[in-house]
Write a protein that binds this ligand. Sequence first.
Ligand code: ADP
Ligand code: UDP
Length: 233
Amino acid sequence: MSETLLYEGKAKKVFTIDEEGVLLHHYKDDATAFNAQKRGSWKDKGKTNATMSAALFKYLEANGVPTHFVEQTDDTTIKTKKLTMLPVEVVVRNVAAGSLSRLLGFEEGRKLKAPIVELCYKSDELGDPLLNWYHFRELGVSDEELEFCEELGLKVNEILAPFFDERGITLVDFKIEVGRDSEGQLMLADEISPDTCRFWDKETGEKLDKDRFRRDMGGVEEAYAEMLRRVTG
Ligand code: ADP
Ligand code: UDP
């Protein structure tokens, strides 16, 4: 099978193969934070993120969410449909943390009255700014696409918040991406992992996600392994 590197991102390499309309996403052990100003790497990060993403995409599909997932082909590789991505990062939050705490002056850990959905512009150059619908229309994103993003974000949250709760984890917030296939169908894409979610242990409040790397807390490799165990164990 011939593989051609289509794109190398911060956490994944994306390849085209002989098969039309599909991609291989190879999850790396590399990590970046603060728009790639901070870099690191740890053992089995790629394996955890690929395996957790695959398990969650399967679970979401079984619950009626269209996703790009086709199959996991090895420990660190996922085969997906090839999509045209929207330049949008959809963030959904249940508890205040990170940029929402800064935006509203909320203490980290404050439970939100209802989930908050944010649409950010996927642009490393601009630092993924939070935009409104007027900005996105100016950038060529349609109202249908924006509505899909918001509804998808809320639906994924409705399915995954109880899934993690049953496993002793608070789903604090997460980021997803959306793309369109060759038949015009919009669907969930990219990954769902400790890189893209905040996971807090329900009992102890311990952080089991990328914030351990962002904030130099130590124990990041163990936290990722623990999250994989909770999801697949
Ligand atoms: P980044 O671009 O943020 O550094 P990654 O290292 O995770 O991110 O690279 C993966 C890239 O592949 C991202 O730009 C993401 O938007 C894109 N992508 C994710 N799923 C698909 C898909 N199904 N089809 C096409 N591109 C995708
Ligand atoms: N997130 C992400 N990629 C980004 C920005 C955010 O996966 O480029 C995730 C992040 O891991 C968290 C959620 O989106 O689960 C909300 O992140 P926030 O805006 O609070 O970002 P911070 O500034 O704290 O990194």
